[in-house]
Write a new protein. Structure first.
Lengths: 229, 280, 229, 280
């Protein structure tokens, strides 16, 4: 029945894990401020585009790559993937959020288990060779906890989706039932993206979403110390 | 057709100079720094072809020796023509320690049915400075040819001493992913990205405020500016005119070029933030 | 690979579903006030006893029974199970919390799907024949969304466990990492209880936990209108 | 040994009376209401046996006809002896419309190696009143025999017009689930549950405050009181003495019995809450 990994999967992808939410709320906040995302329909568009055009090529792709590197016990590859994440995430807040989540995830799960791969990765983070991105840590632990890649990816997508729905409900704001209706309609897309991520060509990993990047950067600038001084 | 361009910039007697150059058709190279008062090298890449045709392969290699300063310029918009197989461009830029490279090329105009794949790799050593930009248009907008190209992909990778520090993977397939979608071009017709990176010790942060002010003056654009994990920043912009974005990036380049953080490191002016603002 | 149901499972058991948490926080609050539950060890004891002695015989057992009744398309049985839940839950706050969660769960999921079974159950609730308990609604939807019974139960247990850990972290309070450590150590128990629930004898369903009941009732009494007037 | 006890309580000329009774060894029945001033029926179940032995099967059936009031009493603690197979008890109580049944039996004392399984089912019609309690001890505590019994299970189900409205499934297996565990007996040696249920229209809520006050006076117990989904309440208590819990439940019974909500429904006193408090 293969449920031996299910509790680990539920734990790893638990939206209430005390690491802070996997969120692109910064970009969303700018869109909401500008009135582009303002109701259930535009929220749905935002989330779908984020999943389909951004997360699939970026965070989800790295979950898969990190998972595969872990399966090959390839520490060097894991560190390189982590560096690639840092290199790709040009909006500072997004990059820092990804690292914050990842480091907290590692902190939580490392206390419970001992894996050489994670130890090497941790050392690389300590020596600032790697940063500790959430997607890398997620892929790594998914493999180490015997979660199949497909299930791990689906849970990753679900977690990302529910995080964005929660943010939309808060920021726009939307009714809880509207948020749930969006989430329900996303299920087929989450399935589809899971399949597509497993078959994604390496050269497409990291594809840029300029609109999202700009909105994230705008959010950051508005609140940055630069303008506060 | 495979076309090659190789540039080696050297440094001698406190001046940068064109140490070696090799190019095949349609490339030509012009030294455009004769009226400049500084000691940097200014080169313009010229072409006898109006753009890339099907199966064209550009192969560009640029090397900056220790302490060299090179500003490269393009001659005109780079057009990508109707293609079956597609065209490619490889660009390899190596900066030795203490060198500066600045390149703000004209916008790329992908015509209907064009297919392009570019790959730019830059290697930096210690104490280097890099400014690089890219502007992509929707096509021949004035002829109403908007997002009719088949695909455009350009991958830019910057390494600092073996470690990947910046990666930008631009992929546009208008038929498959409508550029108007939220998160993509969002109704705009032009996108631009400018990267500034400095492997020296003086923080690039001093430029952020100035660049923000400069770009803010543009009308009808949407832009964002953010610090990189390494010492540098990324400027991304969406707009509706190639000329506007190009001129905007040129102004950023002009603001940064004379204030080379590397040179100033040994100069008399030690103050950081006001440095740029005073001079521009 | 059988992940077709996974996104539904993640959604159904999502701890962030806007229905309020599955919680026995009322009883816990009394224990914390009395100093019985005061650190990580006593929190761990509380949670384990709650899972092993209470939830297994009560809510989890009803998830399974409702699931089986749904599989037989037996509306009458579903309604009877619901009535049995009401009859068993003698602490008022616990009973009302279970109904509140259940009714909200039904409200969310009913909007998205149409199932005759649920419609009949809804009618029974409208006519006050049934109350709409969370465990019954959970079991019903688990079946209707093609989630295998075992996986549904494990997710139910995980959800219950994470809810209690969250409450302990808040009420005692404990550090987040201590809470996570408790949760990690619970995984084997969650697996074990899932198996045991599938094999639980019918006559053992509803077994009373007098200590928990008393503490829930005490909480209720302290804050009831009776004492406020 | 199979033992039977059947009681049918009837109502005639405004008085409840023992309409029919049937019992086999060891049961006996005594009418203990001769000195009471009210019109209810008071019966005591007596036994020639000190308790249940292995393979004993008690089969008790009680029926209250329309408008009857019956208070049943036990004679002494019910002991459960050392067993191999175990003993059982079935109790079926049917209340016809407008009847009242109140039963606070002595505590049950499960000795070492005893195995008991009880099942009590009560059927209520409209306008009925029920008070029923159960006290279970850890065993012969004074002899140091604490939680040495094999298993004790007693299931109580109350139906109101076919619908299950209360269910209490008490299961104790000290060897398998230590009673000291949090959520269980938590260090206490005695547990008691008292249920009051009223299918009439007057709210049982009026009793809550009084019962709370009454039980609060007990020392060294832990208890909780809560309203049921139907008109009634459940009192659960943990303590260290059978006599204490029994007396406590008796006091609750005494407080409630004379104030029968059903009778008062037609009486002059219409005020609700103060009703009880004034009289006790």
């Amino acid at each position: 029945m293969g449920s031996h990994y299910l509790s680990s999967l539920l734990h790893l992808s638990d939206p209430t894990l005390p690491i802070g939410g996997f969120s692109h709320s910064n970009g969303l906040e700018s869109y909401v401020q500008q009135g582009t995302v303002h109701d259930a329909v535009s929220a749905d568009n935002f989330i779908r585009s984020m999943l389909r055009n951004n997360i699939k090529y970026n965070d989800a792709a790295f979950v898969r790559l990190a998972y595969e590197a872990a399966a090959c016990q390839d520490v060097a590859e894991i560190i390189q993937l982590d560096q690639e994440c840092t290199a790709l995430k040009s909006p500072k807040e997004i990059r820092q959020a990804s690292i914050k989540l990842g480091v907290r995830l590692l902190k939580i799960f490392n206390r419970q288990t001992e894996h050489q791969l994670v130890q090497h990765y941790d050392t690389a983070i300590f020596e600032k060779e790697a940063a500790g991105h959430y997607c890398i840590a997620f892929g790594l632990y998914a493999f180490l906890m015997d979660i199949p890649a497909k299930e791990a990816l689906l849970a990753f997508y679900y977690n990302a989706a529910v995080g964005m729905v929660t943010n939309c409900v808060k920021l726009i704001p939307l009714g809880q039932l509207d948020g749930q209706a969006i989430l329900f309609r996303l299920h087929p897309l989450l399935q589809q993206l899971t399949e597509e991520t497993l078959e994604l060509k390496r050269e497409l990993v990291g594809v840029c979403n300029i609109g999202f990047d700009i909105h994230c950067m705008q959010h950051e600038h508005l609140y940055s110390r630069l303008y506060m001084s | 057709m495979i076309s090659q361009l190789t540039i080696i910039a050297g440094f001698r007697e406190e001046k940068s100079y064109l140490k070696d150059a090799y190019f095949t058709r349609p490339f030509r190279l012009a030294n455009v720094g004769q009226y400049k008062t500084d000691e940097a090298l200014y080169l313009m890449v010229m072409s006898s072809s109006p753009g890339l045709l099907d199966k064209d392969q550009y192969d560009i290699s640029i090397k900056l020796e220790v302490s060299t300063r090179l500003q490269l310029q393009s001659q005109a918009y780079q057009r990508l023509y109707n293609m079956q197989t597609g065209a490619t461009q490889k660009m390899m830029i190596a900066l030795e320690a203490g060198s500066s490279f600045s390149y703000v090329p004209h916008p790329v105009v992908p015509h209907q049915n064009s297919k392009f794949k570019g790959h730019t790799v830059i290697y930096l050593q210690q104490n280097c400075e890099l400014l690089l930009s890219e502007i992509i248009t929707c096509g021949r907008k004035h002829s109403g040819e908007i997002f009719r190209f088949t695909s455009f992909q350009n991958l830019t990778e910057i390494y600092y001493e073996q470690k990947l520090v910046f990666k930008d993977n631009v992929l546009l397939q208008p038929q498959q992913a409508p550029p108007g979608t939220i998160g993509q071009w969002e109704g705009y017709t032009h996108q631009g990205t400018l990267v500034y990176l400095n492997t020296g010790e003086r923080p690039a942060q001093v430029y952020l405020d100035k660049v923000q002010q400069l770009v803010k003056e543009e009308n009808g654009v949407s832009f964002g500016l953010s610090e990189m994990a390494v010492n540098g920043f990324v400027l991304r912009i969406l707009g509706n005119g190639g000329e506007q974005l190009f001129n905007c990036f040129k102004r950023v380049q002009e603001a940064l070029w004379p204030n080379n953080l590397l040179l100033k490191a040994n100069g008399p002016a030690k103050s950081k933030a006001p440095l740029l603002i005073q001079q521009v």
